[in-house]
Design a protein around this ligand. Structure first.
Ligand SMILES: Nc1ncnc2c1ncn2[C@@H]1O[C@H](COP(=O)(O)OP(=O)(O)OP(=O)(O)O)[C@@H](O)[C@H]1O
Ligand SMILES: [Mg+2]
Length: 212
């Protein structure tokens, strides 16, 4: 079973968006998927509540803040949505649940600074310092041709962890949340470019490089 956590200390960086879209992607590919929400805000749980129960692949849901995390037999992917602002001992305990980590970063000077600090904190956790987990970086809500986006691009390129994908700022992500869907379940014509942007991340997640 693959265990993938989307994590960043900054609120609003796209953790729940990436976690829910990834869960929907793997479910659509025929995998048994569990989505674990460790955030008391419960954004991923809310997404699952509005998810259509017919004509869409089922995704198992676990509230990581209260329940014991026990995915069903045959689960292929356990996708975890982390809360913002987890540090110190709590961070050490949280990261123990996964072996692969996706860190989304927004094109904003404050988010970039905070991400650099947080990546250092994650590197220092027992799990990552013992080389038992792999991290990748994803630029989120990019707007092409904006200077701050290129600054984010260069910033992520300079970090030690692999910078794998850049996702656009697009209204279809907001629409998908409303419907309990992922962009891979929406009209292909409207989401073709967005889907293409996910391919490097999906490829990395399928590769040995993403597994310790
Ligand atoms: N690529 C994107 N394009 C458009 N809107 C986006 C994108 N990514 C995220 N959003 C929107 O930005 C807001 C914050 O995203 P999200 O909830 O995924 O962040 P988060 O890191 O989980 O936040 P929190 O720390 O509060 O849990 C949401 O309204 C979401 O729909
Ligand atoms: Mg969230």
């Amino acid at each position: 079973m693959r265990t993938i956590m989307v994590i960043n200390a900054k609120g609003g960086s796209g953790k729940s968006t990436i976690a829910t879209n990834l869960a929907s992607y793997y479910a659509c590919k025929g995998n048994k998927v569990t989505l674990v929400d460790y955030d008391p805000q419960g954004s991923s749980l809310a997404w699952l509540k509005v998810r259509p129960s017919i004509n869409r692949p089922r995704i198992q849901c676990i509230d990581g803040t209260s329940a014991t995390v026990n995915p069903g037999r045959g689960t292929g992917y356990m996708i975890m949505d982390a809360p913002a602002s987890v540090h110190g001992k709590d961070l050490n305990n949280l990261v123990r649940h996964a072996r692969t980590f996706i860190i989304p970063v927004l094109p904003s000077p404050m988010d970039m600074r905070a991400a650099a600090d947080y990546i250092r904190e994650i590197r220092a956790t027992r799990l990552i310092s013992a080389k038992k987990g792999k991290i990748c970086l994803v630029a989120n809500r990019g707007r092409d041709r904006t200077r701050i986006f290129w600054e984010l691009d260069e910033f992520l390129d300079r970090l030690r962890e692999p910078y794998i994908a850049a996702l656009s700022d697009n209204i279809n992500y907001v629409r998908a949340v409303d419907k309990g869907l992922g962009i891979f379940e929406m009209a292909p014509a409207a989401t073709a470019l967005l889907r293409a942007e996910w391919q490097p991340l999906i490829k990395w997640l399928a590769s040995k490089a993403s597994q310790p």
